[in-house]
Design a protein around this ligand. Structure first.
Ligand code: 5RP
Length: 223
């Protein structure tokens, strides 16, 4: 089975967690796109969605799914999103699609985080995938030095040869060379550095459930 087929499988499996009549939290990325496409089949049975990016909003709306602003909703029953890595405790690295800040906000607004990934994302220790960190541009160089002191190498993410600008008007550093053995402590520490908007470790907003796409079918992990 190809990686794309595994993504389709978990995207469809996530429909099980969507309650009729509810507003569903929707993440960002190629796996979530599969979920959004599957969600279109039940669009008349949900009230709509809260989206974590302009890209997901566009896709949802194009399929006729109403998108609410996060401020219009108190609490969401479920948030469905992919990840770049997930470990055995449900801690994740996210932000490969540069949407980590809004993803963390919508996740924090949700009672349950259902993570949908293919099995290549399931790791023993976070850190193989370059850690995305959204930063205020004037702080980027200093933050890069702070990561260097932890043994990491931070690189400014580019798009079309110029610094990528996030949906929030900020920049992304991708940090390699880190081994994140204590995700809660790491997230606490880096979140306090001046100029860090969001660090792509999701430990406080970890997954409650992971739908893992494998050649033998979807495995459900609970944390
Ligand atoms: C976007 C994310 C995505 O969930 C993550 O990058 C996984 O994406 P994909 O499903 O395309 O592999 O965090 O900011």
């Amino acid at each position: 089975m190809t990686q794309d087929e595994l993504k389709t499988l978990v995207g469809q499996a996530a429909l099980y967690y969507v309650e009729a009549g509810s507003i569903v939290g929707v993440g960002t990325g190629s796996t979530v796109n599969k979920f959004i496409d599957a969600l279109a089949a039940m669009k008349d049975r949900i009230a709509g969605a809260v989206s974590s990016s302009e890209a997901s909003t566009e896709r949802l709306q194009a399929l006729g799914i109403r998108v609410f602003d996060a401020t219009e909703v108190d609490e969401l029953a479920v948030y469905i999103d992919g990840a770049d890595e997930i470990d055995h405790a449900g801690y994740m690295i996210k932000g490969g699609g540069a949407a980590l800040t809004r993803e963390k906000i919508v996740a924090a607004q949700s009672r349950q985080f259902v993570c949908i990934v293919d099995e290549s994302k399931y790791v023993a220790t976070l850190g193989r995938y370059p850690l995305p960190v959204e930063v205020i541009p004037m702080a980027a160089r200093r933050i890069a030095r702070q990561f260097a002191a932890l043994g990491g190498t931070a690189t400014l993410r580019l798009k079309d040869g110029v610094p990528l600008v996030t949906d929030n008007g900020q920049q992304i550093l991708d940090v390699t060379g880190l081994k994140i053995s204590h995700p809660l402590g790491f997230e606490s520490q880096v979140s306090q550095w001046p100029g860090v908007v969001t660090v792509g470790v999701f430990a406080f907003q970890k997954a409650n459930i992971c739908l893992l796409g494998t050649p033998d079918g979807v495995k459900t992990l609970t944390f």
